[in-house]
Design a protein around this ligand. Structure first.
Ligand code: P6P
Length: 353
């Protein structure tokens, strides 16, 4: 058994022993596992703590969003005269505020900001990391009370410490991520992350305000019974994608599509399946963003034993060299067996074209 698997099974035993008697909080887990992190201990801890704090604040607002009539619509003033912000802008601001705390982050690239956002070092600390994020993915679902999420990825900066961050710090392949994860604001609030040594999930216990280990050492099933795609675009898909969908439909597979990538990918992570957002005639490059949606989720899914490839070229998502902050990419992500089946369809059809 290799060291990584040995460590994982040892941790499962540790978790089993402890969960019978005590809760393991996110902070304790990060501290316990920070020796896994190949850089100075404490750096990652600070960063993940900052993100954990920000998403607890975002969670509080997301949970209240159902009261928006009382709070007022985004752009209007609420009862106390404050302008109600669009929740995704609010989430972006909370992440920026929190990422200043530990002094470990020198900059952020976000779906909500056109350009990179440098964070000035605190107390002369030489920050070593940058964060990419989609602060509130699927925010259009909030008005109908459907799950949505926050996606984040952490890179080691390439530019010289002590200077402002540069674009090159963010335009790195997904395989260069040092940590990645997501928060799902659903029936409960779940934070799932990896630092390259497996995937673990933490459920927020509102009574104590802590994320508690609930899904240790997540492994994605090799195969699943569901596929996830916006069937409404069927006519606009490439012939090869249509054949793949037809194949699953004829095999009586179930279609599950929430319209919130974090929720769909999370279900697939636990139950198995495949999520597809391919290119269409009118949007051949696809819709989803490489840097802060597809790369962090692909890195995490690979860490859980899954696979993620470009929906056309079949290139491994985390091998794609980013050229723009907001570039889009088509994607097939999920159970290894199902992504490889998709690949066989595309390769077979390519050969026969
Ligand atoms: P469509 C949400 O807007 C999002 O970015 C993803 O979370 C989701 O998977 C996708 O877009 C849904 O897009 O075109 O199917 O509505």
């Amino acid at each position: 058994m290799n060291v990584g698997r040995g460590r994982a099974s040892a941790f499962r035993l540790f978790h089993k022993l402890y969960t019978m008697s005590r809760i393991i909080t996110l902070d304790e887990f990060i501290t316990h596992r920070q020796k896994d992190f190949p850089y100075a201990s404490g750096e990652l801890t600070g960063l993940l703590h900052d993100i954990g704090l920000a998403v607890k604040i975002v969670n509080r607002e997301v949970n209240k969003a159902g009261l928006v009539n009382i709070l007022g619509k985004a752009g209007s003033d609420n009862a106390s005269g404050d302008e109600v912000q669009k929740l995704d802008l609010y989430a972006n601001e909370k992440l920026l505020e929190s990422l200043r705390n530990s002094g470990e982050c020198c900059g952020v690239a976000s779906e909500e900001m056109e350009d990179i956002f440098p964070i000035q070092s605190v107390k002369g600390k030489q920050s070593q990391y940058v964060v990419v994020c989609d602060p509130l993915d699927g925010s259009s679902n909030i008005d109908v009370n459907v799950s949505l999420g926050t996606i984040f990825g952490i890179y080691r900066r390439k530019s010289h410490p002590g200077e402002n961050c540069r674009q090159e710090d963010f335009l790195q392949k997904g395989s260069k991520l040092v940590a990645a994860g997501y928060v799902l604001y659903g029936t409960s609030t779940l934070l799932v992350y990896t630092t390259g040594k497996g995937v673990n999930g933490f459920t927020l216990d509102p009574s104590i305000g802590e994320f508690c280990l609930s899904h240790p050492d997540i492994r994605i099933p090799e195969y699943g019974k569901q596929y996830s795609i916006n069937q409404g675009y069927y006519r606009r898909f490439d012939e090869r994608v249509k054949r793949f969908i037809d194949h699953y439909s004829e095999a009586h597979m179930s279609l599950r599509y929430i319209g919130s990538m974090v929720a769909d990918v999370h279900r697939i992570l636990l139950k198995g399946g495949i999520f597809l957002y391919p290119g269409t005639e009118d949007r051949p490059e696809g819709k989803l963003r490489l840097l802060y949606e597809c790369n962090p989720l692909s890195y995490l899914v690979e860490q859980a034993g899954g696979k993620a490839v470009h929906g056309g070229s079949l290139e491994r998502i985390t091998d794609i060299e980013p050229v723009q902050l907001h570039q889009r990419v088509s994607i097939a992500i999920g159970s290894k067996g199902m992504v490889e089946e998709f690949e066989r369809f595309v390769q077979q059809k390519t050969a026969s074209v």
